[in-house]
Design a protein around this ligand. Structure first.
Ligand SMILES: Cc1ncc(COP(=O)(O)O)c(C=O)c1O
Length: 375
């Protein structure tokens, strides 16, 4: 059997990883400024994380959601404490798309409505409702086009008010900071106004923090820069450092009904142990402070690199915009300098999403490599 060929691949085969580095089968060492697409939060193969998973696997790795699993409550408690979102309930699933799918479904259950407001260039995943609210026609199949979605430009509150005023809106969904779309974000003023209009019209506001959450922006969740409280928050990527998991944080005003949402694998013992360990390490190693320190250092140093047009994003969710397509630059970084980076819909944007443990010295290595290539 062959693989269903859907991914454009770099010709690199990682076989080992530690901290901020990855090694291929020829023992070549790469600096990981991509974190497997913003997934590696506490660094690769963190010894405490490896021990927590191994210990859990030796006890019980999985049982279904038909029996008690105290690790789920432990995770909910810890996530509430570390994120400052104690006043939410948690639904556990397996991926980002699944988190958004459940968030949208819940909003539709609550409002009994079905049209969703999303934003230009949004990416929310590939499953049914999640892909329908994703602004990319090429990944929407005819079956997804049945969903009622209105895409609006970011930062145009008048249009949001106008659409909500029609009375048929089930949810507004927005990324804390856009990821795949190219690191654009709503202004604080816009987020605050959207919050207000959603509240007034009883439309659930869903904050997609799948990529921007878990400390990546320099706050636990990126929306925390704007002093707002969403009704629903979705999270995934950094949550368990690569072990598949997703979470939906749900305002306590929305009451659960038995059977309303569900999944076989979501919240299994191993996933919970991984996610608890990640939160322990984020807290113990003050990783969010590190994100802010390294970010400030990066902002200073990137000014010394020629041809940089703009820096976008926050914390360790960053885009460096050049006035040329970065495809060749990314190839040179990976094959000549052995540095992993990311791309986006904006072909001129080099994206970096490193583990939150990255040091200033490692950022410096990147800056030196970048200068050597672009100068
Ligand atoms: C903002 C955002 N939402 C949702 C998703 C989908 O997550 P997953 O690939 O885990 O389904 C992604 C993935 O890149 C994302 O960046």
């Amino acid at each position: 059997m062959n693989l269903f060929n859907v991914y454009p691949l770099y010709d690199v085969t990682p076989v080992k990883a530690e901290g901020t580095y990855v090694w291929d089968e020829n023992n070549t060492k790469y600096l990981d400024l991509y974190g497997g697409h913003g997934v590696i939060s506490i660094g690769h193969a963190h010894p405490q994380y490896v021990a927590a998973l191994s210990e859990q696997l030796n006890k019980i790795g999985f049982y279904s959601n038909s029996v008690q699993n105290p690790l789920q409550q432990q995770l909910a408690q810890k996530l509430g404490e570390v994120s400052g979102c104690e006043k939410y309930n948690l639904f556990l699933c397996n991926s980002g798309a699944e988190a958004n799918e459940n968030a949208l479904k819940l909003a539709s259950f609550v409002t009994k409505k079905s049209r969703v407001i999303s934003f230009n260039n949004a990416f929310h995943g590939r499953t049914s409702a999640a892909v329908a609210v994703t602004d990319n026609k090429s990944i929407n199949a005819p079956i997804n086009l049945q969903q009622k979605v209105t895409f609006l430009p970011l930062n145009n509150i008048k249009l949001v008010i106008h659409e909500i005023g029609k009375g048929d809106v089930a949810a507004v969904i927005i990324e804390g900071i856009q990821g795949v779309g190219g690191l654009d974000q709503g202004t604080a003023k816009f987020f605050k106004k959207v919050r207000k209009v959603c509240k007034k019209s009883k439309v659930p506001l869903i904050l997609d923090e799948i990529q921007s959450g878990y400390g990546r922006s320099g706050k636990f969740f990126a929306f925390q820069y704007h002093n707002i409280k969403p009704d629903i928050i979705t999270t995934a990527k950094g949550m368990a450092n690569g072990f598949p998991i997703g979470g939906v944080l749900i305002s306590k005003k929305y009451k659960a009904k038995l059977g309303m949402l569900g999944t076989t694998f979501g919240g299994n013992h191993l996933a919970c142990a991984a996610a608890i360990s990640v939160l322990d390490i984020i807290e113990k190693e003050n990783l969010i402070d590190n994100v802010n320190e390294v970010y400030n250092y990066f902002l200073k140093e990137i000014k010394t690199v020629p041809k940089v047009k703009k820096v976008k994003g926050k914390g360790l969710m960053l885009g460096i915009e050049f006035n040329f397509d970065v495809g060749e630059l990314r190839k040179k970084l990976i094959y000549d300098k052995h540095i992993f980076t990311g791309g986006s819909n904006n072909k001129k944007l080099l994206r970096i999403l490193p583990p939150l443990t990255i040091t200033k010295e490692q950022i410096n290595d990147f800056i030196i490599a970048l200068k050597e290539i672009v100068s």
